[in-house]
Design a protein around this ligand. Sequence first.
Ligand code: SF4
Length: 332
Amino acid sequence: MRSDRGGEGSYPRPLILVSRCLGFDRCRYDGAAIPAPFLERLSRFADCVTACPEMEIGLGVPRQPIRLVTAGGDEVRLVQPSSGLDLTERMEAFCRERAGNLGAVDGAVLKARSPSCGVSDTAIHAGADSSAILRRGPGLFGRAVLEAMEGRPVIDEGGLIDPGLRERFLVQVFTLARLRSAEDACRASGSASPLVSFHSSAGLLLAAADREAGRMLGGIVDEGGSPDALLPRYRRGLVRALAGPLRTGPCADSLTHAFVCFKERLAADEKALFLDSLEEFGSGRASMGPCRALIQSWMVRFPTPYLDDQIFLNPFPRALEGFEDSAGDGGR
Ligand code: SF4
């Protein structure tokens, strides 16, 4: 049972790759950094490793802007129009080295629209000297990270402003950090029992995220055997199960499942308050925060060990909930 529900001390720390200009260094082409107050707060609860691909291939600060240009078909080149330099090979070598060695990273937050770090929305120009944008796509490092992460969450700072996308990212990275902790314990003990405990605590979350995947993961755990055989399959399945959005209906079902644990001990107006909040959530007029808060308050009043451990009810530290962030500057 966790003693500090939602508090700072009760969560394994996710390891997150971050574009360095997002509040960590003044490394942009114009010598600026992007204010990123949410990342600043997140770094109290997570370990951030940073990368600035343009600095790390030897471009200084300040530097002349670079851009992606089409080279026909799907091929893109990274060029610096002012100098005529083609930086593609240098950047691709850096990407192979860096993205190929991400190790235990649980998620990544990259700078939107950058020709290096962009995740999906970087302009691809018709030519080095043309302002015409033919299409949009990931930057070179962004693409390499997306491939190397194999389904682990990658988001840009614009995505973190959206409450739904931010919550999903936080659920993913904190859950994957808990899995890493269970994996370490399995390897240290030679026993699968930490994975069994993890799977039990992920029950309501998996029911909300992907019930079929939850059953498949349960089958892997039930097989037993050596952790070395179980862990890679379990991890692949969990990453896939968490990749989609948390849908309202299954989340409401998981909340109701928790509510039922207390139902007989609640006053009529408490039950009515929960059901009203659930109805607001189900109809899209409110987040699931109020329902979760009510259940958490009942968990304090009526200790329920099964629920205490459920990731779904305490997915990440409370200090990261409801954050209003004005980050994002509209530039690259
Ligand atoms: S977007 Fe990426 S390459 Fe550009 S300054 Fe930021 S970290 Fe460096």
